[in-house]
Design a protein around this ligand. Structure first.
Ligand SMILES: C[S@@+](CC[C@H](N)C(=O)[O-])C[C@H]1O[C@@H](n2cnc3c(N)ncnc32)[C@H](O)[C@@H]1O
Length: 306
């Protein structure tokens, strides 16, 4: 009861701290390209063109959800440990179990309007032209990033045939030039990487396992343009993913690593020798420091010991 009564004050205090943190960023060397998206997380108000795009995408999400209990296949992230113990470029992590999701769940699995707009604003401010996404689902996040006016080509990879088919109808509503590749990530990368134009924006949102995430990132790294944005999704989804994020941001391949709790955003730097400048923006994002425990999963070490 007392907790409920105090809630508005706690939230108000958090907002004050978040505003002050946001104000301090420009003078402290925070990357300009990430400022509008970061400020949006606090104001939750974007400009009219961005909000209009979001309305269009959200109407489509609603339509998908209206199919309710109709089922589609989805590849669920495997339990930590199934990809082995060492992340290498050569390792081919086995994909997760194929599960059936209802259309209602599929619609919900796509990034929310808030995080979708956040990524749209990132891609727009960065003027990303060539975008690659791992984990299409029904095409909701792809619609948000690919609808940036600077996007020339979005390639997105999805292992489930039913979801890839769905995304092929959803993406063209807002994205000019989408390609949906229906394949496992590694097999798709075998085909795509030799010929792909240098990538400006990479979004990794599937196969949420530390070792798999590092493996995909390592495979794609040499195809990134200097200054490219790399967005890792669900970095606090499990302790295993959090460990993955902590490892990735110790590498010298980024100039900046921004921790928004839900997603981690990095700026790629070719030939870097020092670890990136790290930014903890969870207060601004309104996200706590907790880490998820999906389906009762444990740390990779504990899972392996089971
Ligand atoms: C979290 S969902 C992606 C959500 C989507 N990015 C959005 O926000 O709209 C992850 C997707 O990745 C796909 N996936 C997971 N592991 C995969 C793998 N190894 N190869 C191909 N697809 C995979 C799943 O089927 C699922 O649709």
């Amino acid at each position: 009861m007392l907790k409920n009564a105090l809630r508005p004050f706690v939230l108000g205090a958090r907002k004050i701290v978040a505003r002050s943190k946001l104000r301090s960023l420009p003078g402290n060397g925070f990357p300009q390209i990430a400022l509008p998206a970061t400020a949006y997380l606090l104001s939750e108000r974007a400009d009219v063109p961005a909000e209009k795009i979001a309305d269009r995408i959200e109407a489509e999400r609603k339509r998908l959800a209206s199919f309710g209990s109709q089922k589609v296949d989805i590849l669920y992230s495997p339990k930590p440990g199934s990809a082995g113990s060492e992340a290498t470029v050569d390792l081919r992590p086995s994909h997760g179990e194929i599960m059936q999701f209802t259309m209602e769940q599929v619609a919900r699995t796509g990034k929310t309007r808030r995080w979708g707009l956040f990524m749209h604003l990132l891609a727009r401010e960065h003027r990303s032209a060539n975008l690659l996404e791992l984990g299409t689902c029904a095409g909701i996040s792809g619609s948000y990033i690919g609808s940036s006016p600077h996007c020339r080509h979005l390639t997105t990879i999805e292992g489930s045939p039913a979801l890839a088919e769905l995304a092929r109808s959803v993406l063209p509503l807002t994205v000019k030039n989408p390609t949906v590749v229906n394949s496992l990530f590694d097999e798709a990368l075998d085909v795509i990487l030799p010929t792909i134009e240098p990538i400006d924006f990479l979004f990794i949102d599937g196969h949420h396992e530390k070792i798999a995430t590092i493996h995909y990132w390592q495979r794609i790294r040499s195809k990134l343009n200097d200054g490219a944005l790399v967005v890792f999704d669900d970095i606090s989804w499990s302790q295993d993913m959090r460990n993955g994020w902590n490892e990735i941001v110790r590498e010298p391949h980024f100039s900046h690593a921004m921790d928004f709790g839900v997603v981690g955003v990095c700026i790629y730097r070719k030939g870097g020798t020092n670890p990136p400048r790290q930014w903890d923006l969870r207060t601004v994002a309104g996200v706590g420091k907790g880490v998820g425990n999906p389906h009762g999963w444990k740390t990779r070490e504990a899972a392996v010991a089971d």
